[in-house]
Design a protein around this ligand. Sequence first.
Ligand SMILES: Cc1cc2nc3c(=O)[nH]c(=O)nc-3n(C[C@H](O)[C@H](O)[C@H](O)COP(=O)(O)OP(=O)(O)OC[C@H]3O[C@@H](n4cnc5c(N)ncnc54)[C@H](O)[C@@H]3O)c2cc1C
Length: 294
Amino acid sequence: MKPPAFDYYRPTTLAEALSLIGAVEEAKVLAGGQSLVPMMNMRLARPGALVDINQVTELTEIQTLPDRLSIGALVRHYQLEQSPVVRKYTPIIAQAETLIGHPAIRSRGTIGGSLCHADPAAELPVLAVLGDWELTVQSSGQSRTIPAREFFLSFFITAIEPTELLTAVQVPKQTAAGQIVEYAVRSGDFALAIAAVTVDVDSSGTVRDARVALGGVADVPWRDPEMEQEWRGQPIGDNLWRDIACTVSRAIDPADDLHATASHRRHLAKTLIQQAFKRAMEERRTTTQLGRSH
Ligand SMILES: Cc1cc2nc3c(=O)[nH]c(=O)nc-3n(C[C@H](O)[C@H](O)[C@H](O)COP(=O)(O)OP(=O)(O)OC[C@H]3O[C@@H](n4cnc5c(N)ncnc54)[C@H](O)[C@@H]3O)c2cc1C
């Protein structure tokens, strides 16, 4: 199918993009187009105009700051997968990118588009909630920062206003071991369930901080920081990972849908959480050994 008619604008500066988004009625931002264009073709989205931000170079940088990376909204999935800076400071992002769609999709799709599209079964929104990312959002003359946990409101709905543009994502440097694992029916499909974890352990093998975020089990990425406090001070090991997985899988409330039953998603969450923690521990061992041999 083809989309309904729309007007098309191609600003070349951020100021121009913000002014168009503020002024043009029923405008939508076009980033990689990997979600918006199929939705327009299927007539699930009918914007009156597209503001194509692909020429706005101010949105394409990855900046390394002392405590975080500041990632421009137009940075593409493949860049996050390959960037040495991302691999060094936030390796869980590079890992997640290998799970997103196919290379053709990753060559166009962007971090900003992925977050603003807010599919609850997408990988980057799950990491955003897990890692307490902050989203920098601008409109003409104004800028605000939205914590990831306040950004996702429901299926495909975010806290961003129609006159606002997501310009950059503030990602704290990863200081703990972290892993993301998922189950999809076919490689490249959206996952039925995603589990992402980070775990910070002291020298005696006790948890300083452990976090779990899930995708595909609710209308927004799932996380419960209050529950995480119970895990602090516990000795690491398979018993703890099993306890956490059981507690979380009882706490979530997934829905039945065309792709999976609620109980199947609950089972997947339980299995994936344990797998993610075990892999995070392997990662920690490898990093410690490498550290010793250098
Ligand atoms: C076959 C297929 C498989 C896929 N598999 C996966 C997968 O497994 N996991 C996954 O996470 N994704 C998957 N995707 C989606 C892909 O990751 C998209 O790149 C992403 O969801 C949207 O990014 P985009 O840059 O293409 O955004 P677009 O499609 O251009 O835009 C998406 C939405 O975000 C808005 N938007 C975009 N950028 C901004 C901005 N800077 N500020 C404000 N609003 C903005 C647009 O207006 C639109 O509403 C898949 C896509 C396809 C076609």
